[in-house]
Design a binder for this molecule. Structure first.
Ligand code: RP5
Length: 174
């Protein structure tokens, strides 16, 4: 894979970065070149339109879009581009992300947004989902994704081994 960005991470505000960096970390770990930008559907509509219109010709393949509150950014981006758009609803108001979740997930027919979970898990999964899309035409990336899955399996097995030791110790006390 060249160093040219194939994933664009957009977020509605710099206040989203604490969560959206999870997407960046996951892409980095999988060796996927990406770029990122703050742009808002409401506050900077022209910047959002210009970036999204040029996404395909600049070589981007997937867009990850995080926003909180009345989160229209992912939907607006999907309305402009033919690229797959993955939305990450973020907690930014007293509604703790439920507002953004409903705004992101309830897209009208014809303009899809693949909506992830609210918050950090959603940001991380957005990156892995993007990787799965890219892996359809990149066998080496598919192998790295499989290694990632195996690492998770090993980590869970390790946790279970530790739990079984504690369980045995508990029984011995009884
Ligand atoms: C949304 O409004 C942003 O995505 C952010 O989650 C939220 C609050 O933005 P700031 O007021 O912190 O800039 O558009």
């Amino acid at each position: 894979m060249s160093n040219r960005a194939v994933v664009g991470i957009l977020m509605g505000s710099d206040s989203d970065w604490g969560v959206m960096q999870e997407a960046g970390k996951a892409l980095q770990g999988l060796g996927i070149p990406f770029e990122m930008m703050v742009t808002s559907a409401h506050r900077t509509p022209e910047k959002t339109h210009n970036y999204t219109h040029s996404a395909v010709e600049r070589g981007l393949k997937v867009l990850i879009v995080g926003a909180g509150a009345a989160a229209h950014l992912a939907g607006v981006v999907s309305a402009i581009t033919p690229l797959p758009v993955i939305g990450v609803p973020l907690s930014a108001t007293d509604l703790k992300g439920m507002d953004a979740l409903l705004s992101t997930v309830q897209m009208p027919g014809g303009i899809p947004v693949a909506c992830m979970a609210i918050g950090k898990a959603g940001a991380k999964n957005a990156a892995i989902y993007a990787a799965r899309i890219l892996a359809l035409s990149d066998p080496e990336l598919a192998e790295r994704l499989e290694s990632y899955r195996q690492e998770m399996v090993a980590a869970v097995e390790e946790k279970d081994r530790a739990l079984q030791l504690q369980f045995q110790a508990l029984q011995n006390i009884g």
